[in-house]
Design a protein around this ligand. Sequence first.
Ligand code: HEC
Ligand code: HEC
Length: 574
Amino acid sequence: MTNLRSSSPDFALSRLVPLLLSLLLPLLLPLLLSLLLVGNHALADGLELQPRMGARLSGLTVSEVERFLTGKALYSMPIPIESGLGPIMNKSNCGSCHSNPLGGWGPITVTRFGMEKKGVFSLYPGETQSLAQSLANSIFCAEIVPPDATVVAVRVTNSSLAFGLVEAIPDAQVSANADEFDADGDGVSGRVHWVTPLEAPTGSPLRAGRFGWKAQIATVISFSSDAARNEMGFTNRFTPEENPPNGDDARMAICDDVADPEDVVDTNGIGFIDRVTDFQRFLAPPPQTPKSGMDGEALFDQIGCSKCHIAQFTTSTDPSLEDAIRSKVIRPYCDFLLHDVGLIADGVSHGNASEAEMRTPTLWGLRRRDPMLHNASVAGGSFTARATAAIAAHGPFGEGSASALAFANLSAVEKVKLVKFLDSLGRAEFDFDGDNIVDILDFFALQTCVAQGFTNPNDDCAIADVDQNGTVDATDVDLFVTAFDGDILDCNDNGFADLRDIALGSSQDANNDGVPDECLPCAADTNADDQVNGIDLAFVLADWGGSGGGDVNHNGVVDGVDLAIVLAGWGACP
Ligand code: HEC
Ligand code: HEC
């Protein structure tokens, strides 16, 4: 049996008895040649599978891949206290919050607190910031949320997937969608959160913020620096000072014995925050399957969801960007603008973002997101239940209320279509059952789709129609083999994956186990005498070119493949 993943088609020649070899050489030669040819079959031009959630961008250079992997390792490595973790923090590493997938969303929330007066937020007296740190190196410097804080709000972990691409959306594209004073009177405004990156020299122009629930940050390195200090107490060159617990410098002094900045850079000036920035910048966007054409997306446009959840952007043409990031079309379903969210507002102002405002979240990868909404208030249950509840939360008094109402007024069939579209955001190609693994269960669904023939973007078979040509055909089956997470076997040694043979009908699989029938023990025992021997061989040779009993693999012709099967099965049946 050949494993196509680990070796080229080297079929069963090694098992041939030399005598047979000399006898059969004239016959085997063309077979050999044909196997070498088919073993090289190329995928259709330009067709490529979308990276799965949490994978790296395609098209990275070797050194970029190395940077991605180094950053990935550091992202989930706990920082020891001796190296600078704390004195107060929420976790010891980025990955413990950004866990689904690594670098993505997560169920963990952080707390912000402060005081409210006539709807206006202010820091709790004596505090330097609104974020609470729930852990401390020592009980002497633990921070508490003061019981008389009048605003206590939580924010859930959102994701860094594709952040190199998001960072590379030109500011002008973000601001082009803003409509701060609702000039068109549609009830949806949206404004840019202009911010200064931490790393920018004084006097640099403001940048369009896009990261964080309040679009409070514009660049990945700024977020890495901010998160390292604020979530982990790991000071670095852009945020060189620790947060004192509840603003108390004296208490902090007891517990803070590592010199700042704690992120020590190497001789090239590269430190932890730069490495984790590499990882986040080189993460791929979540897949979307099918890529386009669903009725549900047309409805999404029709009822105004896409006024804020804008489907598509093109990244900058800036020559200093990496090839994998420059001039790329991305589909985040987000405007990166601030909107008044009405009743679900958190009451916390952050930079220039007001108590009532939140940045539109991206919707790519939505199918994997649990919980949803900034405060994690929609959690558990089915995807449909979560998506429906998140849409309803756009309701009272927010800019999204008209579209939430329009959704409520859709027919049951239309609602199903819209949610089905949302469920395509984050789905890997061929992952019919949506478990993010392409396995034998997905193969059985693929077989049904090949048999069905015609498909369209609203049909479940569209999950396998990668080239979206309306049928699940040989091109898609070849891509399935590439996507399959199990071993790719070639038990009949014909140079093609067994799954391909079965899906396209050149092999039968009567017992539906994903193994071609000719590979079952004694499939080549044409005369049923429990021996695969010279009699069976003679039978195949006598029937050469025909389609009778020598057609061991039932593909309609007796050829070199049948011969190879006889030779591979040579001997007594088990
Ligand atoms: C304690 C949990 C926690 C840890 C640890 C943590 N984060 Fe976060 N992260 C969050 C939360 C919560 C948010 C949303 C914050 C907000 O907008 O106020 C977030 C947001 C982000 C964002 C913006 C995402 C978006 O979609 O806009 C980035 C980038 C980020 N974190 C990077 C990091 C990095 C890098 C580290 C490690 C140095 C890290 N985080 C550690 C919880 C965490
Ligand atoms: C006015 C702008 C706007 C419109 C219109 C809008 N949204 Fe949103 N959407 C937002 C904002 C802002 C949030 C974040 C709310 C929060 O968590 O506070 C959000 C959150 C969501 C979420 C939850 C995502 C997550 O990560 O938690 C989903 C799902 C969603 N919207 C889908 C839709 C759909 C479907 C429509 C159309 C019916 C729609 N939105 C219309 C701005 C909008």
